[in-house]
Design a protein. Structure first.
Length: 436
């Protein structure tokens, strides 16, 4: 377990979720049927990460100018049906105990923070570090109190209501008192941890071009993969050889090495050196190979090799949470299980938390018993239509299912004894995992 990282995301009132918690582990695998709400859960984490950067809410979630683009559905899409606001929260690990953030954002008629609370452990127990008290839609500001550790009432400050209050706290409080310094450190820890969320969404057709060699921090779309690989080749020979070995182990033909070719202008493009067959440049490589290279490069380099954007805090080193939807897309089943092994190694070597979604039986079968603690099933409540989250190990029928075969077998073949039993009916377990 990393010293700093996200423990859970609270989807209190967000999109299709009501009062649900997404627990996070070093490796979290989110599974469930199509339309169950998996992407909505990831969007909740993405929204918190963007708000932590301190931009105006509308700009952070709806702007298409940045590399991330707009959040799916924009601001209006974050709001549960029939409401004008959404509520999210999270807890992050810290040395003294978890730090909690909960925030409610009003979307109509004006976009602004209407409630926010940041709490942390102190020598006196859990304390509010920052609490919103009243908002003024006409002036667009929020009055909040902050913890200074002195007897009596906490002091009040006026914050901009169009930005996360926690992101403004370090700039508004000088930390002259021990309590004030603790409030600032708590806010900075929360911000730096959320800033370390990196949603990798490789787009193969964007990787098939020359790119400036200096653009070496891998972007979310991996469009600058060639520059990122070229930087590894120049600066870390052992890591580069590891990348080449992974390619060799997964290809069904001979690969001598991974080459970095250069244009007349000095831009770079990766190519496979296939011996007698010559060089195969990125523009001719398969989608699966490019996607595999992007994922493995991000895992091998960790936060130091990714474009996480500028940090708004200087004293806190950012942890990394790598988010990958449908990890198996474009990969052969053997590649998916190989990437899963790499995920485990990256978590140990780079203190990287990884959150994935998958439908791959091969990948699910590659999960061992310890990994099952991090498997979360997303499903829809038939009565309300709301999305729900449940740990795999807490589902009725889990012990018997695992005794009958691997998780991949359970999902694809339904190897459960579904005959009536004296103690329990496993029909619900089948339904949630999409069996039958």
């Amino acid at each position: 377990m990393t010293a700093q990282g996200i423990e859970e995301v609270r989807l209190t009132a967000f999109k299709s979720f009501r009062d649900q918690v997404l627990p996070l582990a070093p490796l979290t695998t989110l599974i469930g049927r199509n339309g169950s709400g998996k992407s909505n859960a990831l969007d909740g984490l993405e929204v918190l990460s963007r708000l932590a950067r301190g931009e105006d809410i509308t700009e952070a979630l709806e702007s298409r100018r940045g590399p991330e683009g707009a959040v799916r559905g924009g601001l209006a899409g974050c709001v549960p049906h029939g409401s004008d606001r959404f509520t999210l929260g999270c807890s992050v690990r810290a040395k003294g105990g978890p730090i909690r953030l909960d925030v409610t954002v009003q979307v109509e008629p004006e976009v602004q923070i209407v409630e926010e609370r940041l709490t942390a452990h102190t020598a006196e127990g859990r304390q509010d570090m920052l609490v919103s008290r009243e908002s003024n839609a006409e002036h667009g500001d929020v009055v909040a109190t902050w913890h200074n550790g002195k007897p009596g009432r906490d002091p009040r400050l006026r914050f901009r209501g169009s930005r996360l209050l926690t992101s403004q706290l370090p700039l508004r409080v000088d930390g002259e008192t021990p309590g004030g310094r603790y409030a600032v450190r708590s806010a900075e820890t929360m911000i730096s941890t959320l800033e370390g969320v990196f949603h990798l969404d490789p787009v193969p057709h964007l990787m098939r071009q020359y790119v400036p060699a200096r653009d070496s921090n891998l972007r979310r779309t991996a469009e600058n993969l060639s520059a990122a690989v070229g930087n590894i080749e120049r600066t870390d020979h052992a890591l580069f050889q590891r990348l080449v070995e992974l390619l060799r182990s997964l290809a069904d033909h001979e690969i001598e090495t991974l080459a970095v070719t250069r244009s007349e202008l000095g831009d770079v493009m990766i190519a496979l050196n296939e011996g007698q067959l010559g060089l195969t440049p990125a523009r001719e490589m398969s989608d699966g190979m490019l996607r595999f290279l992007a994922i493995t490069t991000s895992l091998l380099t960790g936060g130091g090799g990714l474009d996480l954007g500028p940090s708004s805090t200087e004293r806190n080193e950012r942890s990394l949470m790598l988010v990958i939807e449908e990890l198996e897309n474009g990969l052969h089943p053997s590649q998916a299980s190989e990437v899963l092994g790499l995920v485990r190694q990256a978590g140990a070597a780079n203190s990287t938390e990884v959150l994935i979604t998958t439908h791959s039986p091969a990948l699910l079968s590659a999960l061992d018993a310890d990994d099952h603690e991090g498997v979360v099933v997303c499903w829809r409540d038939h009565e309300t239509g709301a999305s729900r989250l449940t740990r795999l190990t807490e589902l009725d029928g889990y012990p018997a299912a695992m005794a009958a075969g691997s998780l991949g077998d359970v999902v694809t073949h339904g190897r459960l004894d579904t005959r009536p039993r004296r103690d329990r009916d496993y029909t619900e377990f089948d339904r949630l995992l999409g069996i039958g």
